[in-house]
Design a protein around this ligand. Structure first.
Ligand SMILES: O=P(O)(O)OC[C@H]1O[C@H](OP(=O)(O)OP(=O)(O)O)[C@H](O)[C@@H]1O
Ligand code: HPA
Length: 180
């Protein structure tokens, strides 16, 4: 895909690498949740492609739900204070929950979601993220299933955006500014 003016894209993880890793994660999840009622919760919007691919590698009768969050105020995510703009459609009581994210960066988003979901009566709550950027972490979050650890670079593609652009890139790419 052509980059916007003033931007260049460098492939960090190819679509093929991503697919192979997700197949592996799906197999592990399938083994770990045998005979356990499982709900996958996708965090919008970034997780939509990862979740769509992951569920097809999970050979279990799962259900899927979504949450969407927005940050309060002008300091955006730095405060860690978020507002739920779409909550779960169904009760998670009596179910095991796997929260599915595209990326853990500061950890503020998942820290909030993890606390929120744990208070809703699930039998267990675990986290699955495609990407982990550990150098940027501000709050520790338990990452039970992880696709890739990446360096402290801003990435786009495979669901991740900058200003809503590049979510449809098949690869995860480093976004390089060329007009600095
Ligand atoms: O660990 P953190 O520093 O909290 O960052 C991770 C969060 O940031 C991104 O979401 P964003 O708020 O950009 O929304 P989006 O998923 O709709 O792109 C990403 O999808 C994670 O949810
Ligand atoms: O590297 C990133 N790319 C896109 N969205 C993000 N949200 C946190 N980190 C990132």
């Amino acid at each position: 895909m052509q980059a916007a003016q003033g931007e260049r894209l460098e492939v960090l993880l190819s679509a093929q690498q991503i697919a192979s890793r997700i197949q592996n994660l799906g197999k592990r999840i399938t083994l770990d949740y045998q005979n356990k009622p499982l709900i996958l919760i996708g965090i919008l919007k970034g997780s939509f492609i990862f979740l769509a691919d992951l569920v097809r590698y999970i050979d279990l009768p799962i259900s899927v739900d979504f949450m969407a969050l927005s940050s309060y105020g002008s300091s955006t995510k730095s405060s860690g204070v978020v507002r739920i703009i779409k909550d779960l459609d169904h009760s998670i009581e009596g179910h095991h929950v796997l929260v599915v994210e595209d990326i853990v960066d500061t950890g503020l988003t998942l820290n909030y979601i993890y606390g929120h979901v744990k208070s809703r009566g699930a039998l267990s709550v675990k986290i699955c993220s495609l990407l982990d950027k550990p150098d940027r972490r501000q709050v520790a979050v338990p990452l039970h299933y992880k696709g890739f650890e990446i360096p402290d670079e801003f990435v786009v593609g495979y669901g991740l955006d900058v200003g809503e652009r590049y979510r449809n890139l098949p690869d995860v790419c480093k976004l390089v500014r060329t007009d600095a």
